[in-house]
Design a protein around this ligand. Sequence first.
Ligand SMILES: O=CC(=O)O
Length: 376
Amino acid sequence: QSNLAYKFTHPVTACHGHRCHRSVIYKQWYRTCPHSAGRRTISAGTKVMAQGELPGVLILDIGGTHGVLEDLAALLRKHFHLITMKEFLGNKEEMRKKIQSVFVFECRPTIDRELLESLPNLKVIGNSGVGVDHLDLKMISSFGVKVTNTPNAVADPTADIGMALMLASARRLVEGCQIAVSPDTKYFAVDWLGVEVTRATLGIIGMGSIGYKVAQRARAFNMRILYHNRNRRRKEEEEAVGAHYCAKMEDLLQQSDFVMLVVNLTPETHKLIGKKELGLMKPTATLINISRGAVIDQDALVEALRNKVIRAAALDVTYPEPLPRDHPLLNLNNVIITPHIGTATVQAIHMMAEEAIANILAVLNDQPIPSEVFPK
Ligand SMILES: O=CC(=O)O
């Protein structure tokens, strides 16, 4: 038990929605949990015993020290004694004992055994972002360290990127931009035309909070929505967005004009979409990936795009990131690629940081943890 307690900024509420027993952070701009009607306050307000030193947080890979990232550092400094990796490496002995938490900015840096061994007082790793496939959860947990993530802050911006990629690929936006800057190009040929998203069938693979947000948006485009997920959503949730459950992913692949991947990367979803699955898709269909690159067998995707097994792909994620310059995916005109920008908005990175801070403070204060991630 910590002898310090820190200002707890957000009321914490527990969600009693169907199959959702997590606690969620509730703040006006967190339209977080789909089961909003079931919120119940378990502890609200402020717990302050701001005596003594602020707990040390080691921040990994916060990038530059200006603009928006400097804002983030300022946000962290309100609650923590902030120690950058550079400072840590420069003065390991002094810093070691101070550090009770690690703030991971985005999903790039990983945490190895050596770092964990060097932090005897570490209690929590607060990942800013939802995917934790870059962290070895079992190994971290063997050190008695908790891991948290930020599913609420990422849902809207990531769903927006899914829609943006779907629309851009359907209407050949990137090629259109290129044509506009070289006005001599002849383009108004039938083989240049795009396809419509409105009234098309969208298959969502992975109907967590991001998938559900995609469905909400797709409904405004009068799309027919199919989804495949480990667990079926509640009937009211399906009805609210007009989504139909496909128990078999194959059925969804065969019927969809657009297939969007929104699953977590786990051993079960690694290369979930390979040659066989691409072969089941319509030749007019588009594959969109906003989850993790390794959910697709990329070699099989290159073959499918070359041979027009599917119409196109739109990817916010690849492996590796970025792709090497000579990667075949970069030379196909029926693929668009963005550099993992699902949460790259001013608002999202602040909300992710706030959500991560609330998680870390909850652990340090022995409060219910809004979003803890457990090893399988
Ligand atoms: O990729 C982004 C995230 O995991 O939040």
